[in-house]
Design a protein around this ligand. Structure first.
Ligand code: FAD
Ligand code: MLT
Ligand code: ZN
Length: 470
């Protein structure tokens, strides 16, 4: 089928509003937000219903055309970007943005894949409830992308990641059949849990079109603190103290190195250092409660006082207003953007057991600074989940190309230590195209073999997001 015939066949399914083919309008679908990955496509198709997704996929299956599912295109591993053949079809779910049902008695919400995470959070809030997934890209990422990457973010400590928040899925399979698994059940032991295969599969096994998600009681009290620490070891001890005092009311515990904070102070407008002096490490702590006026400040003050006594904390501020809460979160969530202003940065999204975080940082810092003098280490992340974004920016004044040439060697140092500590080379961002080769190198061969068997079973023609994950 030539490009012209393909366009007409797809237009017959989705109508003219569902086709994007002029190069200018296509551009935003063909590169990621950092411009780290770029591709070409035959066209972009934007179906508006599950039936239209199924018809598009069936046609592509018959014609042996590869399909690249795309949501908000905020992924960090190039999973939603086509290759450079110009033959693949990008299937954007952004028109599938309806909230289908809210079942307050079952505490569930059924939404289509193209619903933007922030719109989902607002819909939940409108019923006095909470949808707890929260991440820096929530204004543009979609539920389908959150599911396909098993997104984590800043509230995993209390509520879990997308896998934990999902009860049912609707999926268009690679041959165009529709699997309706939209069940809102908290118990269902009728064999294999198929939805879990699609969650985290990064569009390689099928296209998620809708989901039944869990709702939680709304949060009515919050306390947020910005705390300076002498070491990452102190952060691990502090989380133990705070959790011991308030259990699962500890919702967020985000670690940031001084370098991360310095980048934000230099590049993100309106941010200012809460302390007069610089300190080696910081954590942003958030406690939540469903009770109004819960005594969270007192609980946190008790924890911080104990930590001060044990010299685990150098200084701390508790936010006194909504504006201060937002300002502290802006510092944390601005790190990614701030790093873009400092030239190329190499992103590593690793996890190790929480107890191994200090050993990881010590070993990698030492080896990197020895082998690559001057590199700037921007380590931060969801340390309560054992998840660090251990990013590396180029030395001041060095050439971009020279730094990029060291990417592989730097990655090896970081991933070798990760594996020595029984960790993972991708905690929450997935593999996409960025970490496909690394996964081949570092993952257990038996696990890779089982994954290939699954891929072959679901997608024998290899048309669903080829070149990603495996
Ligand atoms: P896309 O980028 O469009 O796609 C991501 C992958 O999912 C691709 O492989 C794509 O093919 C596949 N896909 C998309 N939709 C579907 C579908 N309907 N069916 C099947 N496959 C599909 N991630 C975290 O986990 N935690 C964070 O804290 C976090 N913070 C971020 C902060 C910033 C500033 C940015 C830019 C990104 C951050 N991310 C984070 C990464 C990203 O936002 C998440 O991975 C998000 O879940 C991707 O959603 P999306 O709709 O943009 O997906
Ligand atoms: C974050 O937690 O800010 C993102 O997952 C990390 C990133 O953008 O690299
Ligand atoms: Zn993150």
């Amino acid at each position: 089928m030539n490009a012209h015939t393909l366009r007409h066949a797809l237009e017959a399914i989705v109508g003219p509003a569902g086709i994007v083919c002029d190069p200018e309008r296509m551009a935003s679908y063909l590169s990621d937000w950092r411009n780290a990955y770029r591709g070409k496509a035959a066209l972009v198709v934007r179906p508006a219903t599950t039936g239209e997704v199924a018809a598009v996929v069936r046609l592509c299956h018959e014609q042996r055309i590869a399909v690249v599912p795309q949501g908000g295109n905020t992924g960090l591993c190039g999973g939603s970007i086509p290759d450079d053949s110009g033959t693949q079809v990008v299937l954007s779910l952004t028109r599938m943005n309806r909230i289908r049902e809210i079942d307050t008695a079952n505490e569930t919400i059924t939404v289509e894949a193209g619903v933007v995470l922030q719109a989902l959070q607002k819909a939940a809030a409108g019923t006095g409830r909470l949808f707890p997934l929260s991440l820096g890209a929530e204004g543009s990422c979609t539920v389908g992308g959150n599911l396909a990457t098993n997104a984590g973010g800043t509230a995993v400590l209390r509520y879990g990641n997308m896998r934990d928040l999902t009860l049912g899925l609707e999926v268009v399979l690679p041959d165009g059949r529709i699997w309706n698994g939209l069940r809102g059940l908290r118990k269902d032991n009728t064999g294999y849990d198929l939805k879990q295969l699609f969650i985290g599969s990064e569009g390689t096994l099928g296209i998620i079109t809708a989901a039944v998600l869990k709702l939680y009681p709304a949060v009515r009290s919050t306390t947020t603190a910005w705390v300076a620490l002498p070491s990452a070891q102190a952060a691990v001890e502090l989380i133990g103290i705070i959790r011991g005092l308030c259990g699962d009311r500890l919702t967020g515990f985000e670690l940031m190195s001084r370098q991360s904070v310095e980048f934000v102070l230099s590049h993100v407008a309106g941010c200012s250092d809460p302390f007069a002096e610089p300190h080696p490490w910081y954590v942003l702590i958030e406690l939540n409660d469903t009770q109004p006026d819960a005594p969270l400040n007192q609980v946190l003050e008790v924890g911080i006082a104990e930590a001060l006594e044990r010299e685990l904390v150098i200084d701390a501020v508790l936010a006194q207003s909504e504006a201060q809460v937002s300002a502290l979160w802006a510092m944390r969530e601005g790190i990614s953007e701030a790093q873009n202003h400092e030239g190329p940065s190499l992103k590593h999204d690793i996890s190790v057991p929480v107890s191994s975080i200090p050993a990881f940082i010590e070993a990698v810092n030492q080896r990197l600074l020895e082998q690559f003098p001057g590199v700037r280490i921007v380590a931060y992340g969801h340390v309560g989940d054992g998840n660090l974004h251990y990013n590396v920016s180029k030395p001041i004044g060095s050439e971009d190309a020279a730094f990029k040439a060291r990417q592989e060697a730097i990655m090896r140092v970081i991933y070798d230590v990760t594996m020595d500590l029984h960790g993972s080379i991708s905690a929450e961002h997935g593999l996409g195209q960025a970490k496909r080769a690394a996964a081949k190198h570092y993952k257990d061969p038996l696990e890779l073999e089982l994954m290939r068997v699954l891929k072959e079973t679901f997608d024998p023609k290899g048309l669903m997001n080829p070149g990603k994950v495996l």
